[in-house]
Design a protein around this ligand. Structure first.
Ligand SMILES: O=C(O)CCC(=O)C(=O)O
Length: 243
C-alpha cells in the first residue's frame, strides 16, 4: 500500500501538472552534487544543461535518494517501475534573464504524460535565484499548450524551493526558468523518467539552452536504470525520506 502522501502527490501532479516535495536530498549531498555540476559547466553560459553521470558517488547517492523519496513513490504509482530517461543539471548564471515560456514535450491529447521530470534544488532557491515558473493545468489543455509559442497570455507561478526540495512536473506543462537576479548560480538536479504507460515523447527543444543533455544513461555507456534499480544504489539513502 502506498503512503497517502504519495497518492496525494500523484493526484496533484495529474490535476495541476506540477507538485512540490520537501526534504528529498539532505543539504550536504545537494552541495556535493552542485559542486560536481558546476565543475562540468561552461563558465560563460547563461543557461545550460550539464549531463551528469551515475559513476559519480554524489550523483548516484542523490539519484538513489530521489528514487526512494515520495517523488519516486509517486512516480511508481503513476508509471510503475519507470526507467530513467535523462539525468543532468539545469543551471542559470547570475544575471540570467527569464526564459521564454515553453513546454518540453508536444501534446497529443493523451491523459498520461510520456515523461515526468523532477528538479531538485541544490541550493536554496528563493525568487531572487529565478525558480522555475509553471502555468498550472496547461499540461493537458490543448489551447493553453499552443499559447506560449503563439504569444498568447498564460499566468506563470514561481515555485521557490528550499535546498533539497523538489518540483515534480509533467514536461508538457508550459513553464520557464525565472530571472536570476542573485550573485549565485542556480543549480537544479534534473531527473526525467519515461512513463511506460504513456505514449512516445515528442521532444521540443527548450529555448535558450547552450547544451542539450543526451542523458546520463547514454553518457554512462548505455543500459537502463529503473526507479527500483536507482533506489538500490545506496540503500542508506532511504533514511532521508521515510515512508
Ligand atoms: O531553468 C529552469 O528553471 C527551467 C529550464 C527549462 O525549462 C528547460 O531548459 O527546458
Amino acid at each position: 500500500m502506498l503512503p497517502a502522501l504519495c497518492i496525494a502527490l500523484a493526484t496533484r501532479l495529474a490535476a495541476d501538472g506540477v507538485t512540490t516535495v520537501d526534504g528529498v536530498l539532505p543539504a550536504a549531498l545537494a552541495a556535493d552534487v552542485r559542486a560536481v555540476a558546476l565543475a562540468a559547466a561552461v563558465p560563460s553560459a547563461q543557461r545550460q544543461e550539464v549531463p551528469l553521470s551515475l559513476k559519480s558517488d554524489a550523483v548516484a547517492s542523490a539519484a538513489a535518494a530521489v528514487a526512494t523519496s515520495p517523488v519516486g513513490r509517486a512516480l511508481e504509482e503513476l508509471c510503475g517501475d519507470a526507467p530513467l530517461f535523462d539525468l543532468c543539471a539545469v543551471i542559470s548564471a547570475p544575471g540570467c534573464a527569464s526564459q521564454p515560456l515553453h513546454s518540453d514535450l508536444g501534446f497529443d491529447g493523451a491523459a498520461a504524460a510520456p515523461l515526468y521530470t523532477c528538479f531538485v534544488a541544490l541550493q536554496a532557491t528563493p525568487s531572487a535565484l529565478g525558480p522555475t515558473e509553471f502555468c498550472l493545468g496547461s499540461h493537458t489543455d490543448a489551447a493553453a499548450h499552443s499559447a506560449p509559442r503563439g504569444g498568447g497570455h498564460l499566468d506563470a507561478v514561481p515555485f521557490p524551493l528550499a535546498v533539497g526540495a523538489a518540483v515534480l512536473f509533467d514536461p508538457r506543462i508550459a513553464h520557464r526558468g525565472g530571472p536570476n537576479s542573485s550573485e549565485r548560480h542556480r543549480v537544479y538536479l534534473s531527473m526525467t523518467f519515461a512513463n511506460p504507460r504513456g505514449s512516445a515523447p515528442v521532444i521540443v527543444p527548450a529555448p535558450g539552452d547552450v547544451l542539450v543533455s543526451e542523458g546520463g544513461v547514454s553518457a554512462d555507456g548505455g543500459g537502463v536504470w529503473t526507479l527500483r534499480e536507482l533506489g538500490a544504489l545506496h540503500p542508506w539513502d532511504s533514511c532521508v525520506c521515510p515512508s
